[in-house]
Each structure stands twice: as structure tokens, then as C-alpha cells.
Ligand binder design. Sequence first.
Ligand code: SF4
Length: 394
Amino acid sequence: MQEVRHNWKKEEVLEIYNSPLMELLYRAATIHRKQHDPNVIQVSTLLSIKTGGCSEDCGYCPQAARYHTNINKNSLMPVAQVKELANRAKSSGSSRVCMGAAWRNVKDGSEFDRVLEMVRTINKLDMEVCCTLGMVTENQAKRLAEAGLYAYNHNIDTSEDYYDDVISTRAFKDRIDTIENVRKTNVTVCSGGIIGMGESLEDRAGMLETLTRFSPHPESVPINALVAVEGTPMEDQPPVNIFEMVRMVATARIVLPESQVRLSAGRTQMSREGQSMCFFAGANSIFAGDKLLTTPNPDIKEDMKMFEELGLNPQKAFYKHEQRESIEAEKSEYQALGEKPKWTRPGHKIERNEQKKKEAIAFKKEVRALKKETLTLKEEDLVLKKDNAVLKEK
Ligand code: SF4
């Protein structure tokens, strides 16, 4: 077995990332085979249970209310709809459902109670259930655990150094605190980040270094390639080169040997050959479904066809950790505390975020003016019609 280290230094991680590609692949694949079954791949379906209207300013995210992007906003889904979508995901071959809500943080109340009910419902379908709901307190994490949550996703996104260039509405430490709150329960941790946001290679290594500091390491580590969405501050970022993705996956596999490394956003930009290289380098999990929250993703049937050709088998639910029992709401030990935690609001200015916010405000003003103009024209039209009718009567 590969030694699990929590003291990796950024320089060491960077040296691995920059090593000759064939050496890197060989080293990562060797560790991968020692630690995992190389022919098994975990398939998660990501469901956006509440889309858009988020108060945060994450520079990569089309769901931030302050930018003007072309997404279909939705309020929190009903439990029955989530159940139907989870059943559909199960019959397509997914063993996990990850529910994402565009919230800054979880707030106690009827919406969170509904999410807890969704967790119970999916767990009873014998699927692993994961949530990504923003920042959570320890009590909220415990309530999720009681409902039968299997995993909580909270990405650190990038290195601590680059974080301030991406988000100004919360601090890197808030991310770490949330992950630590989840760790106080039996819920597994899913945490990774995004490459292609304009960060340096040192930042990529720094992000992995931070992930290795967690003890234990996160059970899942999603590696996303930025999907540059029009209207977001990162809309002009060039696509991530496939070899950079392979290097990132391989490096993650080496420094986080026990984690499931998930090939996440950005797969539509990758060829099947590119993805296969990532699987060889140690990726053993994917997000399935034609949409990842709001951005495109390959069709699950295409993924299953690719797995068949590669001889990869979808991982069964509860393969790594046993299923949690779902405690019903009325028997719950933990109640809503109505907490008002003081999550940070650093509020520094990120130029590209500010620029996109200004453009969105200008766009909204223009739309309002156009609507007003149309109304005035309609009113004028009515007056004319009325005048004509009076003239005819005369
Ligand atoms: S990434 Fe999450 S927290 Fe950030 S703007 Fe998007 S939905 Fe909100």
C-alpha cells in the first residue's frame, strides 16, 4: 500500500506535476492499481435542486445572481421530483446522487427540512446520497448525517493564494471550517477544485497540498476543468489542455492515494481518448447526466458505451463505506437551532468580477428601458385607436 502523507510540500507536488508525462503516468497508474480496482469506476449523477440566484460572486459560476448568464433559474425542487430523477439516475447506472443547491450557506427552516427529506428518500432507494449546499454548521452537518447523508461536497476550488482572485464574498477559511464541521460526523468528505481559471501551476500544486493536509484525506476529490460560461468573469479563459488535466489527475492520484479522484466538469471538451488517459492516470469516478448543474456534460448512455469499450465496470453503491441508516425527522436527536453563524465576507474587489457585475446591471437597465418603451408604444397605439374610433363615430 502507498504511504498516506499529510505533510506534502507545494514544491514536491509541483515537481510531480511537472515530471515527464510517461513517468508521471506510470507512477500514478502503479499507485492506482495498488490502492483501487483499476477496472471499477464510480458514477455519480449531479442534480441541481435549486438553480441560480446565488448571492456569492464565484468568478466561474453562472449561478451567481450578480452576473448576467443564460440559465434557467429554479426554486427548490419538490421531494417527489427529486425521487423520480434519482430513480432515473439509478436505472441509468449511477450509484450516487449529488444534490446541488445554489446557496451561500444552509439556513435552518422549511427548505433545509425538505433537503433532509430528499436525503432520506434517496438513501431509501439504496443509492449513495451527497449534497453540496454551501457552508454548513456542525449541527446542520449532524442533521444531514442523521438523515442518512453519505457524502458532503464542498470544494476548496483553488489554492489559498489564488482564492482571493476568484471569490470575494467568503474566505478560504470558511471552506476549511465547513469541511471540518462535516468531519465531526460519519459523512464522507468530497472536496476538490477547478483548473483553467487563470491560476499558476504553483496554485494547482497548492490546492492539492491543502487537500493532503486533511486527516483523513477527502474520500472524493473532484477535478474540474473550467467550463467558461458567457457572462461570467471567466468567460474568456481558454479551454484546459488535455495533458494538463491528465497531469492534474495523476498528481492527485499520487498525493491522495486512497481518495476517489473524480473527472468532473469539462468532460464535453475532452475526447474519449483523453478521458481514457485520465482513467489510466487514476481517475476512478465521473459525474454523469447531460447537465452538470448548469453546464453541458456527456450523455450517460455514451459514457456507458465508453466504459464497455474500455472494460470499466460501474462501482456498486456502498462499495467503500457502508450505508447509513436514515433517522426520521420526528425521531431526530438534533433539532434546528436557528443559528446565525458569522461566515466571513472579505469584500475585497476582484476587477473581473466587478466588471461583469457592472455589465449585468447595465444590461438589466437596458431591458427595463426597452420594456418601458414597448409599454409607451402600446399606450400610444391605444390612444391612436381610440382617436380613430371617435373620428369614425363623428
Ligand atoms: S459556486 Fe456555489 S456558492 Fe459560488 S456562486 Fe455558484 S452556486 Fe453560489
